[in-house]
Design a protein around this ligand. Structure first.
Ligand code: SAH
Ligand code: SF4
Length: 395
């Protein structure tokens, strides 16, 4: 990556454009923007608040995609809405289900781009891992997503759309008479740990997460949403203030020398700068603990000395340390630390009073584990034209 990482990035975000029939997508609009869109479409000012509340509930509480199903709105108005607006979510290109129940979705968004979202069922929760960008501009040397050249920011609609598509697939929109908010949900948690650096697409991520948290809609508590950043320090305080979700940080090293190599954004905001921003986070957002993600790379960052340095560095920060066995990808320049090494590392961290769960790789058989997202979409991209050209002679 460039040594000078910008604070925010002016990547192309597809502007809110009407579709070929001139209709604007309502998915991803904040409540305020939804009201404005309705007013522009000629809904009388006095009705805007009520109508946007009704439409919001149909879209985000009931999962309705067709205005004709919005039965508390007059037929004439429904027809007018359908002329002006649409309710569009990303399209599922492929869905793979792992032996362990993990589901990986390859989704197509505007411009023909593809992103991945992964649903991970566990005993006490179901977590959807979503993407915030197509690709990533930060080239962390152990991450497959970072090797993808093409990058574009996702819109808020494309971000919350991943949650809506997963709920469709899980059959989890409440039926008439179901309790609200629902209990024992299949999709109970969201992690922004898919493709992209969420804090380089801050506004869209914020608006999408506000929709996810809204009590009259998808209604996932801010404590069940975790945003993972590689360490975009200037945006950390805003994350606390404007989103207030849980924070995870891709820490991965205990010296600047090693972190510069693994997470090159460290050259811009080093360990000390990052840690001082993190010290303020729980106070500002009322969140409990910050998760320190630490990928275990054989012979690179996994020594006992590293473990001891790690606990010393984070002293005073309410934290838990998530050890991630490195997930290999073709051509990766690292190897996964051995099970014994990971356990020895975890023991030191535990003895210092920190919980240090070792993340169990999920969905490995479908390349759905952390840092593996990309290959499948590239393969799929190759496969489709290949299928289309089946009759053509080889080049
Ligand atoms: N860009 C954000 C969020 C996406 S990455 C970030 O970096 O935090 C989600 C997590 O997966 C990060 O902690 C990342 O460092 C980790 N990761 C990336 N590649 C990995 C790999 N090959 N094996 C294990 N973890 C990986
Ligand atoms: Fe981007 Fe995160 Fe991968 Fe680094 S680890 S390249 S920030 S997605």
């Amino acid at each position: 990556m460039k040594a000078e990482a910008p604070i925010t990035q002016d990547l192309v975000t597809i502007p809110r454009k009407p579709d070929e029939n001139g209709r604007c997508n309502l998915v991803g609009l904040t409540r305020e923007a939804l009201g404005e869109a309705l007013a522009e479409a000629g809904i009388p000012e006095k009705q805007v608040r009520m109508r946007s509340g009704q439409i919001w509930q149909w879209i985000y509480q009931k999962g309705v995609r067709d205005f004709s199903e919005m039965t508390n709105i007059s037929k004439e108005l429904r027809a007018r809405l359908a002329e002006k607006f649409e309710i569009r979510v990303p399209e599922i290109v492929t869905r793979q289900v792992s032996r362990d129940g993990t589901r990986k979705y390859l989704l197509r968004i505007a411009g023909g781009h593809e992103v991945e979202a992964v649903y991970i069922p566990e005993e006490d929760r179901g977590t959807l891992c979503i993407s915030s960008q197509v690709g990533c501009t930060l080239n962390c040397s152990f991450c497959h997503t970072g090797t993808q050249k093409l990058v574009r920011n996702l819109t808020a609609g494309e971000i919350i759309g991943q949650v809506m598509v997963a709920r469709d697939d899980l059959g989890e929109w409440p039926k008439v008479g179901d309790p609200f908010p629902p209990e024992g949900r299949l999709l109970s948690n969201i992690v922004l740990m898919g493709m992209g650096e969420p804090l380089y697409n801050f506004e869209n991520v914020r608006d999408a997460m506000k929709i996810a948290m809204d009590g009259e809609g998808i209604s996932i508590s801010r404590r069940r949403i975790t945003l993972s950043t590689s360490g975009v320090v200037p945006m950390i305080a805003r994350t606390a203030e404007e989103i207030g979700c849980m924070l995870a940080v891709s820490f991965h090293a205990t010296t600047d020398e090693v972190r510069d190599r693994l997470v090159p954004i460290n050259r811009k905001w080093n360990i000390e700068t990052l840690l001082s921003a993190l010290r303020e986070y729980p106070k500002a957002s009322n969140s409990e603990r910050i998760t320190f993600e630490y990928v275990m790379l054989k012979g690179v960052n996994d020594s006992d000395e590293d473990a001891r340095r790690l606990v010393k560095l984070i002293r005073g920060i309410p934290a838990k340390i998530n050890l991630i066995p490195f997930n290999e990808w073709p051509g990766a320049p690292y190897e996964r630390s051995s099970g014994n090494r990971i356990r020895a590392f975890a023991d030191i961290v535990n003895a210092a009073g920190y919980s240090s769960p070792v993340r169990k790789p999920r969905g490995e058989d479908i390349m759905a584990a952390c840092g593996q997202l990309k290959s499948a979409s590239e393969k799929a991209r190759k496969r489709r034209p290949a299928i289309a050209n089946e009759a053509a002679p080889p080049a």
